[in-house]
Design a protein around this ligand. Sequence first.
Ligand SMILES: Cc1ncc(COP(=O)(O)O)c(C=O)c1O
Length: 444
Amino acid sequence: MSSLNEYRDAFPTLQQERNGKPPIYFDNACMTLKPQPVIDAVHEYYTRYSGCGERSTHWFAAQVDAKTEEARESIKEFIGAANVNEIVFTKNTTEAINLLALSLCWERDDVVLTTDKEHNSNLCPWQELENRGNIARHRVIPGDTEYRFSLENFKKALAEAGDKVRMVSLAHCSNLDGTFLSDDTVKEVVRLTREQNSRALVLLDAAQSVPHKKINVSDMGVDFIAFSIHKMCGPTGVGVLYGRKKVLNDENVIHPFIVGGGTVEDTNLLGHPSYFKSPHKFEAGLQHYAGIIGAGAAARFLMEVGLNRIAEHETVLNTALTERLSHHHEIRILGPRDARERSGILTFYLLKPATRFSDDEPDIDEKLDQRVNIMIRKGTFCVHSWYHAHEPVFDAVWPGFRPTLYRASFYLYNTLEEVDIFASEMKKILAEISELPTFGAAGG
Ligand SMILES: Cc1ncc(COP(=O)(O)O)c(C=O)c1O
């Protein structure tokens, strides 16, 4: 049995109690907890050398430069990039994708393809291109019957876009149900896309993949990936855009949209600034140095734990919870039944809606939190578009059925004991719900 118990002690947030019980943190797809080496790295910046980077040459600044470049090197190693200058620091995944959408040199009628199950951060930036005067057109690839990525549907969408396809931007792992693209699928997407149009680019929204499994961007051959450090044990306010060096430095392909201090080699009053090469041409203004230095510490921490071990551990936990929840006929797990296809995410809904609790009674997520300190997430997880597109599926259960989705998501510090507590608490809550009056055709 995989156990990463030895790393739990590194997380101070797990060492506290409320009402005599420890926290059970199952909201990792949103944000992960931070281990001591990351906290120390951030603390060290603020207490030892909190100057700026890339500008001054003094004692403190030299340390900032050395530490931020060390962080870039660690991130490069973490994702298997070929060159350190392929790592651009951003604020988060959202900013990384927006940076691309707004910096790429679009041509009339260019097409962007995404799936029908993208986080808003990999949807709105492309929709905005269309809304703001047809800079590019956005088209959607429908999923398969279990809502997974469909290579067949991708081929159709690609054929429809023809040589106008310019960007294929896909969730590497879905934050809605945890389904993910295999390396072979990614490679096939890259091959087919380039075959269709040699100018076309492939971006992976890797917010939910990079923290949980070993990836190698060079091997996959994608042009870009975007991810957030706060989902991989690092500080908030830092993200990464990886881009192939050749693409990032090609002025006919990409031109930075946030410009100013730090990006510029030289300016004049005639209106023609010259910019540095990547990464600095994309990192405008003073940066979040503490966060970047913490990002390096997070990457090193995760490499020490081992990404393969993390992936394996999450599968064990997800399989156990899937098994326990599947005993309840009123619970529906979103996506494939087999937990190995859903990485560390388990999203479920009830056929007997929790709205049957009276208005002032806590919902399931609140009961779990208040009774046993279990923290999960409820809502549409920024994938409103998928939810709305699937309303007919819910209507088929019974007209007007709009289930509340609950998501438990795991990370390296979670344990089978925590899964057991979750399962037994859910059993009690379901028993309470079964006492309540029900409504609707299938709800009885
Ligand atoms: C798949 C996916 N993409 C993008 C994002 C956006 O990340 P951030 O809010 O850090 O920019 C998230 C966040 O949950 C996500 O899960």
